[in-house]
Write a protein of this length. Structure first.
Length: 67
């Protein structure tokens, strides 16, 4: 199982929101994914990265319990 996570800092500059997402693949096939606009307003791009990694980690824990 491989996880890819990415963020777009201030993807909506008018509402000061960033966008994050992740996808889990197994054998080259996507088995779980999520893409969403951040609910928190952050000042620094590295905060968005940490939030995205936390969400991807939670998704990984959930997916491992399902599998």
């Amino acid at each position: 199982m491989i996880d890819y996570a990415d963020t777009a800092y201030l993807s909506d500059p008018h509402k000061v929101r960033s966008h994050s997402g992740y996808v889990f693949t197994c054998g080259g096939t996507a088995i779980s994914w999520r893409s969403q606009k951040q609910t928190l307003i952050v000042i620094f791009p590295n905060h968005v990265e940490v939030i995205t990694l936390r969400e991807a980690s939670q998704g990984c824990v959930w997916l491992r319990t399902v599998i």
